[in-house]
Design a protein. Structure first.
Length: 214
């Protein structure tokens, strides 16, 4: 773990792990909130929800989505391993919602699930006060932006209360959005901006210090 985790963050993470609100409300058959073993980070990633692989492994982004995110970070100039070293991983909901009824990918968490989980990621964000928030996918983007086509948001960024927001598509392998060259170009544009922030905001500063000390 890079840096120190203060007691308040540890307490919040333990509360998240103990949460059974969606199960008690009948929204999930089994609650298993996923929290990464992470301390303070300058980059905060808000995604949709853990999938089956993360549920089984007990860690966020344990499947293909994690590999996609890692490749995006390396494209932005981060050293290998950045996803778990330089980024605090969070999500709109913290339990695997199960498969979509259509069979294509995971089921998007419903409004009640999102409302019950909202205090968790908002609490993390308030405690961590990162410099950058990466919004991975429509549900994460919708927490900060009004409804709009994904192609109107990816490749743009804005600042809110001193934090830079950077919308990205969901890194899921079942998404066809990235099959369109123009959409991939928008992701490249977003990652080029992240590469600038990596340097100007010293987003790897702590990790570089720890690696040097080792």
């Amino acid at each position: 773990m890079t840096g120190e985790v203060d007691v308040s963050l540890l307490n919040l993470q333990q509360q998240i792990r103990s949460c059974r609100a969606c199960q008690l409300a009948g929204l999930l058959q089994r609650a298993n909130p996923i929290v990464g073993e992470q301390g303070r980070r300058k980059v905060f990633l808000l995604a949709q929800a853990p999938g089956a692989r993360s549920d089984a492994a007990g860690m966020p982004f344990a499947g293909p989505s994690g590999r996609v995110l890692e490749s995006w970070l390396q494209q932005a100039g981060f050293a290998p391993g950045a996803l778990r070293r330089d980024v605090y991983l969070s999500s709109v909901t913290r339990c695997d919602p199960g498969r979509s009824p259509s069979g294509a990918g995971d089921r998007p968490p419903g409004p009640e699930e999102r409302a019950l989980c909202a205090p968790w990621w908002r609490g993390e964000l308030a405690l961590l006060q990162p410099r950058i928030v990466l919004l991975a996918g429509r549900l994460a983007i919708a927490e900060f932006y009004p409804p709009a086509p994904l192609e109107a948001l990816v490749g743009t960024w804005r600042q809110e209360e001193g934090i830079w927001l950077l919308p990205l598509p969901h890194p899921s392998g079942v998404s066809r959005w990235l099959n369109i060259p123009a959409h991939r170009a928008l992701v490249d544009q977003a990652l080029a901006q992240l590469a600038i922030w990596r340097v100007t905001l010293a987003l790897e500063e702590e990790a570089t210090h720890v690696r040097t000390a080792e």
